[in-house]
Design a protein around this ligand. Sequence first.
Ligand SMILES: Cc1cc2nc3c(=O)[nH]c(=O)nc-3n(C[C@H](O)[C@H](O)[C@H](O)COP(=O)(O)OP(=O)(O)OC[C@H]3O[C@@H](n4cnc5c(N)ncnc54)[C@H](O)[C@@H]3O)c2cc1C
Length: 398
Amino acid sequence: MDLSFTPEEEGFRAQVCAFLHSELPRGIAAKVKAGQRLGKAEIERWQAILSRRGWLAPHWPVAYGGAGWSVVQRFIFEEETSLAHAPSPIPFGLNMLAPVLIKYGREDQKQHWLGRMLRGEDWWCQGYSEPGAGSDLANIKTTAVRDGDHYVINGQKTWTTLGQHANMMFCLVRTERSAKRQQGISFVLVDLQAPGVEVRPIITLDGDHEVNEVFFTDVRTPTTHLVGEENQGWTYAKYLLTYERTSMAGVGASTASLAWLKEIAQRETKRGRPLAEDPLFAARIACAEIALSNLRTTTLRVVAAAERGEVPGPESSMLKIRGTEIRQEISALARRALGPHARPFLPELLDGDGAQQPIDRLHAPGVTPTYLNLRKLTIFGGSNEIQRNIITKTTLRL
Ligand SMILES: Cc1cc2nc3c(=O)[nH]c(=O)nc-3n(C[C@H](O)[C@H](O)[C@H](O)COP(=O)(O)OP(=O)(O)OC[C@H]3O[C@@H](n4cnc5c(N)ncnc54)[C@H](O)[C@@H]3O)c2cc1C
């Protein structure tokens, strides 16, 4: 199979690089590279730059503001933006809710919500998981009861990523108790500023506030905020998850982290010589690099199949497993390279201005928090054990 890019595709790559060179704010890229935290305003600033160029939601149909790119162009864009250390746009609205609205939403919902996403008017979060419903998602208990032209919602969501910034949540709720748990679930949009919503922080291993618990007490949402049909939410929820997973190979992000790891390994020394020349450490870097190169080839094969119109099946589970394992291994090596200087949590450095930081070991403050933070990759989006179950059932037919 020919995995090389055409001259047109390479021309497109050059266009993306030129755009990143002129438009990506240096301070933001420096923070992403060093694993420092971005504030809401910085994320919104970069999303607004992409939106002005028409590249915030390139995968959407052109009629709704998409760029009309091929899947290969999308792959190239993802690769180059990661290599340039551009922040990834927040996926909840653009990559998760939008495809559901485009396939199952009413026309007025598409016009309203998609337009607002492109203009950066809403910050969406995902309300799937509950304390008793993660891998076993059909176990959700949050209820929505009809009251005239509203639903009244009661219950709790958890692990809500960046819910502290969000004004809107797409939410799975139980609208009917039925024998089969997958039935009776609906997909609704909820205004998080409505009375009865309480968002509480969960502080994670890296000391960061990235996830939340969200409590609903008699929260009213209009019935016009129902997506698709009542009680059919499970179908839409699963459709959304395939979108969530296919973007998780993270080849570009791993390539960028590998380059950063090599920089660190050149600077750090062991017995007076760069760590990069230590045979054991060099071998571990080489293993990660080979695995990443294989993942890139496999991803391109899946991309090529998608270009021919084939829908990725268990391949997306395979990409998720390998992609997340490789990212974790690279972050583990970076932390190891810093040895005793790998500091667990230095808030003042994490929140600092990346552009001002000289790159030395004390100014790689993101390495350990990134290592800790990336433990999440093998859990969310359907844990890697669940992905292995999918492969076992669909490919090995066990
Ligand atoms: C940082 C982070 C951010 C998140 N963000 C969001 C968000 O924004 N919105 C949202 O809705 N959710 C979010 N989640 C939740 C995430 O989707 C769940 O954590 C995930 O689905 C796993 O569910 P659980 O945590 O309840 O673990 P459980 O389902 O209880 O699983 C515990 C362990 O058992 C294993 N296991 C469970 N069932 C099986 C099985 N059948 N076979 C083999 N092994 C099994 C799992 O792999 C895991 O190792 C986030 C999670 C994390 C960690």
